[in-house]
Write a protein that binds this ligand. Structure first.
Ligand code: IPE
Ligand code: IPE
Ligand code: MG
Length: 236
């Protein structure tokens, strides 16, 4: 598939179903997470091919901290491995890495590796790969409201001037355009606290496959489905 005018500029993905993928095979959940890394690689390639500018991946939610410690540890170890092994590839592909979420809650070593990879790829231009880590949209919105209220009380901003743009500038995603296309794998029909503000007018595609089975062809298909949609934004 080649770049077209109705291609999404920003694709956001809720990468779901790793645990069930592993369970079906009698494997531990972490094996599903590991297999999911290959899907990430393929999706980066597919986005590059389509000329997509941003891809945001929901990798770890605020709520995922409630999972058993062993699973959290395995996920963080995988993330570290991904950051170490993929940094070179991201450089080759001209992909810039970014992250949204409460990164300070990540283990120190994970965060250090994340920041190193972000720093290293900061000059890249073709695709921005945004990892949502320790991310929760309600917290993000509440914190933006709190920051604006604090500035208003301090007399730094006029509450009457708070508008959509000013609010969006206080979110983790400040400067990133809203997703055009939101994909969730594993067939679940929910958004699980992901980018609630930002997906107001995103086109949603639900794919039944578990995340480790989601390949380039599936992303192309979702983009094609997107290009057939008629976005109205409340108009006609
Ligand atoms: C998605 O797969 C990855 C993360 C949430 C970190 P899950 O771990 O949620 O797998 P399922 O949904 O239980 O199958
Ligand atoms: C959403 O998946 C979070 C990520 C993909 C990181 P979950 O598996 O955590 O969501 P629920 O529990 O099914 O809503
Ligand atoms: Mg899940």
């Amino acid at each position: 598939m080649t770049e077209g005018k109705s291609m999404p500029r920003h694709i956001a993905i809720i990468m779901d179903g790793n645990g069930r993928w592993a369970k079906e095979r009698g494997l531990p959940r972490r094996a599903g997470h590991r297999a999911g890394a290959e899907s990430v690689r393929e999706c980066v390639e597919a986005c590059k091919e389509m000329g997509v500018e941003y891809m945001t991946l929901y990798a770890f939610s605020s709520e995922n901290w409630s999972r058993p410690l062993a699973e959290i540890t395995a996920l963080m170890a995988l993330l570290e491995r991904f950051l170490e092994e993929k940094a070179e590839e991201l450089m080759r592909q001209d992909v810039k890495l970014a992250a949204i979420g409460h990164l300070e809650r990540l283990p120190k070593r994970t965060r250090a590796k994340l920041e190193k990879a972000i720093q290293r790829t900061s000059g890249n231009k073709s695709l921005t790969l945004v990892l949502a880590l320790s991310y929760g949209s309600r917290e993000e919105i509440v914190e933006a409201a709190r920051a604006l209220a604090t500035d208003a009380v301090a007399g730094k901003i006029d509450p009457a001037k708070i508008d959509n743009a000013m609010f969006a500038s206080r979110l983790f995603t400040a400067g990133i355009p809203d997703p055009d296309l939101l994909i969730r794998t594993s067939g679940e029909l929910r958004v699980s606290n992901f980018l609630l503000w930002q997906i107001s007018y995103s086109e949603i595609v639900i794919v039944k496959k578990f995340w480790p089975d989601f390949r380039q062809a599936d992303l192309f298909e979702a983009a094609q489905e997107y290009s057939r949609r008629h976005r109205r934004f409340g108009g006609l």
